[in-house]
Design a protein around this ligand. Structure first.
Ligand code: DTR
Ligand code: CA
Ligand code: ZN
Ligand code: ZN
Ligand code: ZN
Length: 277
């Protein structure tokens, strides 16, 4: 897989920050900043040759939007999907939570197009609305899948917070095969990883897992505090939260650790290339 330039990911985060700044300071469901975020990502994917569609749903009296992008080709009966929620909380711009995951998979998708990848399995990417209200967008998407369509997923990979300022390297433990793809790659970078356990049922992989689809993913940490042991392995500051601005107005484009964002985005590229081959 190609190395994804972290500068491109940061550029997307700056765009999402500008969008929040121009729309009341957030990118929350039901607010103009969310739809502007969808339009930004959709524009780049359309330009790159993806087949995109915006799926609408109602939540709390506001219209929500999922953005689904398919890379033409590959065996559709074995679809590999990568997803990230694109909405923020009302309190702030949501750059780490979850601009980081949204921008990370965007740049991986654009790298697929740049390489004109011809994967054996079909590749799909998704940006979810209203995750912060309870995984509403991703649940709407999975509920809308016919039984036969659910069987067509090889895997769903979820990326919700991958650039935390005091980062940890957590790998979802839900499916062994998928967990290994990430763990083995980090091992080549001499990065120790830990099992992600705090997020079970708390992000967009949950509806896919409930539908019997193998799920995996990465997480760089939220409001839990980094232990001395973890600081020894990963650097950063023990006794401090992985992301002290989680769900706060200070979750801005400064609330990112570039090395974690870079490493995790490259890990996503590796997994997408390997799982779709
Ligand atoms: N990103 C949080 C949900 C969350 C909290 N811990 C984890 C661990 C793994 C994935 C997601 C989460 C949110 O959107 O509120
Ligand atoms: Ca990189
Ligand atoms: Zn959140
Ligand atoms: Zn999140
Ligand atoms: Zn888990």
């Amino acid at each position: 897989a190609p190395d994804i330039p972290v500068s491109a990911v940061k550029g997307d985060l700056d765009q999402l920050q500008s969008i929040a700044d121009a729309n009341g300071g957030n990118r929350a469901h039901g607010q103009p900043g969310y739809k502007a975020s969808v339009d930004y990502i959709k524009g780049k994917l359309d330009e790159a040759g993806f087949t995109t569609k915006v799926q609408e749903f109602d939540e709390g009296g506001s219209t929500g939007y999922n953005l689904i992008a398919d890379w033409p080709g590959g065996d559709e009966s074995k679809t590999v999907m990568a997803g990230a929620h694109l909405d923020s909380v009302d309190a702030g711009p949501g750059i780490n939570d979850n601009g980081s995951g949204s921008a990370g998979i965007l740049e991986v998708a654009l790298a697929v197009a740049k390489a004109d990848l011809k994967p054996a399995k079909h590749l799909r990417f998704g940006w979810w609305g209203a995750e912060e209200l309870g995984m509403v967008g991703s649940t709407h998407y999975v509920d809308g899948l016919a039984e036969a369509d659910r069987a067509k997923f090889d895997s769903y990979l979820n990326f919700d917070m991958i650039g935390s300022p005091n980062p940890g390297y957590f790998v979802y433990d839900d499916d062994t095969r998928l967990e290994k793809v990430f763990k083995n790659w980090y091992a080549t970078k001499n990065i120790v990883t830990e099992k992600e356990t705090e997020g079970d049922g708390r992000s967009d992989h949950a509806p896919f897992k409930d539908a019997g689809i193998p799920v995996g993913g990465l997480f760089s940490g939220a409001d839990y505090k980094k232990t001395a042991e973890q600081a020894k392995n990963w650097g950063g500051t023990e006794g401090k939260a992985f992301d002290a601005c989680y769900h706060r107005s200070c979750d801005t484009s400064k609330n990112i650790d570039d090395k974690a964002l870079d490493t995790n985005t490259d890990a996503i590229a590796h997994a997408v290339w390997e799982l779709s081959s």
